[in-house]
Design a binder for this molecule. Structure first.
Ligand code: PMP
Length: 384
């Protein structure tokens, strides 16, 4: 990628990744050869229906899941909405208490707020510790007789913190009335998590070098959902709309590659993350590191500027061809402080001036050295 003849250094992979050649090839192949409607009852439609089932099976095999099924969606936002609204509305007669954390992605948090505001649900928003993870005892204490649903991220999109999903799932297994949903959009191919005991899992294609507008909700077979999109009754009536076979192909392909290369990619990215965290630690009068999970998850490094405005530095870096964000891109256009850093640190200044860099296997050490050098030059220049 180039802009005004300057090479682009892309350090915003948590916002979106570059589609891989394999994802593009599978998308093109299925768009070209299987453009019929997979719900059609003619030969090609029936063939497409089988192909979609094979992609569902590929996804389940890749994640080693046996009791689940796959609903294709337009991305993680829709999958989160479908999981939370779909299950809470379906099982509302069992109870009206639901649980999430204070630092979820807006596509989770705002759904809880809607259920609280418009549908009379009672929500517990769990605190996080200074590393950005929830505490298992806090969760245990918040459980009630009328709790029906828990939704927690696997990896936080802003700081890269990792929740103890396997331990949470084990705990919640003892409460058969509670459905446990995990937004895994940022963990796939990065942090190895066994989702066997998780009831519903959200994934997104464009976070794993697939394509935008494509994702899935992976759901335990016995769970039913109230649809949030009414229409032709596709996906067993739980998600109407013509299924995007080419998007599903690219998603299944991207997922397979991401999981297969997970260890190799981690080993490639970890030294890059270490370079950045060492650099930040060497200049601790200027920067505070907010990400505490870089060994486990080296892909997201969030830090706050002690002497500068985050938005000014992000713009200056962008002018130098380096793409980073102040916080999550989904909220990046608002001037409000980061609610994630605020919840972790209780410090509004740190929350106002945070920067997130997010890496991929495509980045290299030269880019990272250049980023650190340029950041330093900009910070020193703006400081004068
Ligand atoms: N959840 C998380 C954790 C995310 O990082 C994102 C993307 N920023 C989403 C959900 C929404 O994903 P999509 O763009 O596929 O709707």
């Amino acid at each position: 990628m180039e802009k005004n003849n300057k090479p682009i250094i892309y350090l915003d992979n948590a916002a979106s990744t570059k589609p891989s050649e394999e994802a593009l090839n599978s998308f093109t192949f299925y768009s070209t050869n299987y453009f019929a409607n997979p719900s059609a009852k003619h030969k090609i439609g029936l063939e497409e229906d089988h192909i979609l089932d094979s992609f569902r099976q590929d996804i389940l095999d890749t994640l080693k899941l046996k009791d689940h099924t796959v609903i294709f969606t337009s991305g993680a936002t829709e999958a989160n909405n479908l999981a939370i609204k779909g299950a809470c509305l379906k099982y509302k007669n069992r109870g009206k208490h639901i649980i999430t954390s204070k630092i979820e992605h807006p596509s989770v948090l705002e759904v809880f707020r809607t259920l609280e505001r418009d549908y009379g649900y009672e929500v517990t928003y769990l605190d996080v510790d200074s590393s950005g993870a929830i505490n298992l005892d806090d969760l245990k204490k918040s459980l009630r007789n009328d709790t029906i649903f828990v939704s927690l991220f696997a990896v936080n999109n802003e700081v890269g913190s990792v929740n103890p999903i396997e331990d949470i799932a084990k705990l919640l297994k003892e409460y058969p009335k509670i459905i446990f949903h995990v937004d895994a959009a940022q963990s796939i191919g990065k942090v190895d998590i066994d989702f066997t005991d998780v009831d519903m899992i959200t994934i997104s294609s464009h976070k794993i070098h697939g394509l935008k507008g494509s994702g899935a909700l992976i759901k335990r077979k016995k769970i039913a959902l109230t649809p949030i999109l009414d229409g032709g009754g596709q996906e067993e009536g739980e998600r109407s709309g013509t299924i995007d076979i080419a998007g599903a192909a690219a998603l299944a392909t991207s997922l397979k590659i991401a999981v297969k290369n997970s260890k190799e990619n981690h080993d490639k990215v970890l030294p890059l993350a270490k370079y950045v965290t060492d650099f930040l630690a060497e200049h601790d009068s200027l920067y505070v590191l907010n990400s505490k999970y870089t060994e486990i998850n080296p892909y997201i490094i969030n830090f706050s500027l002690l002497t500068q405005k985050g938005s000014v530095i992000v713009e200056a870096l962008s002018n130098e061809g380096i793409m980073v964000s102040t916080k999550s891109s989904c909220h990046a256009k608002s001037d409000e402080p980061s609610y994630v850093i605020e919840a972790m640190t209780g410090n509004t200044n740190l929350a106002n001036d945070s920067i997130r860099i997010s890496l991929s296997y495509e980045n290299n050490i030269e880019e990272i050295e250049y980023f650190c050098k340029t950041l330093m030059e900009i910070v020193e220049k703006v400081h004068k």
